[in-house]
Write a protein that binds this ligand. Sequence first.
Ligand SMILES: [Zn+2]
Length: 317
Amino acid sequence: MDYIVFDLEWNQSPYGKRTEVKEIPFEIIEIGAVKLNEKKEVVSSFNRLIKPQIYNEIHSITKEIIHIEISDLLKEESFENVIKDFFAWCGDDYRFATWGNMDLIELQRNLDYYAMDGYIDNPIVFYDVQKLFAMCYYEDRVSRTLEFAVDVVKLDKTEEFHRAYVDAKYTAEIFKMLDHDIVDNYYSIDCFHNPKTKEEEIHLYYETYYKFISREFESKEAIMESKDINGIICHTCNQRIAKKIRWFTTNSKTYYSLGYCKKHGYIKNKIRIKKATNNNVYAVKVVKAVNEEDAGLLMKRYTEAKLRKKEKRLKVI
Ligand SMILES: [Zn+2]
C-alpha cells in the first residue's frame, strides 16, 4: 500500500459571503502530492494548478498567502481534468495523509459540486499528520501549524510555505519521522460521506478506546433515544455495564455518561452529534476507560449541568 500525502490551495469569493456559491465556498486552485511506498520512500510526485470556474478573481487573502495570479490559473486545465489525472496517478492501493482534516473535506466538497462520483463515495481511513505529530511529540491533540512542526523536526526551510506541492513535501517529511506504532494505531476516519445505513456503520477498536460512527437520523433526540446507540458499554467486554451517570449534555452537541465495569473500572461514554450534508445528523461515540479522578470530575460536571437545568426551569416559571 502507498501513502498519498497531499495538500490543496483554494480560493474563495473575492467579494465575501454575498457572492459566495454556497455549495462550494472554497474552490480548489492547486493540488500537490507526494507518493510514498510501504517503506515511506518518495516514489513519485504530482503538482498541478487548476483553472477556476466559480470565482474568477483571487481573494485578497489568498493572493497574499499563495502568490498566484489569476492569469496563470486561466491557462490551466479544469478541476475535472486535473482530478481525473490525480486519481489515476494515486493508483489502486493507497491511503491519504494530510496536515489536518480540512483538505480531504474540501476535496470532497469540490468533487460533489462537479458530481464526480466514483472517487471517494464512502467514509475513508486517512492519516491526519497534524494530529499524529501532536501525539508523537507532545502527547496531546493540539493543532499546530505545518511551519511549527517543520521547525521542531529541524527540516531545511528552503522553500516557501503555502504552495500545495511544497506543503505536501514538508508534510511527507514529517510523516516519515513519526513513530510508526502511533501512526498505525491512530489513523483517522473521514466522514464527509457518513454512513447511511446500519450496515455501513463504523466500529473502530483503538488501543485505548473504541469509536463508533452511526447511520443518519433526523434529529439528535432520535439518536439519543435509539437503543443501539444510547447503551452505556464497556468496549473491552463489548456489553452494557452498570450506569453511574445517565446521559447528560452541557451544550446539546456533546453528551456524556459514565458506567462501571466490574473488570475494567470506570468507563466514560461520549456521543458527539455531527451534521450530515443533508441536514440529517449522526453520532460519533467514543468509549474509554477513565481513572477515579476523571470519573469524579465527570460526576461534578453532571451535578453542575443538572443544577443549571433546574435554575433555567425556575426562571421560566
Ligand atoms: Zn469491561
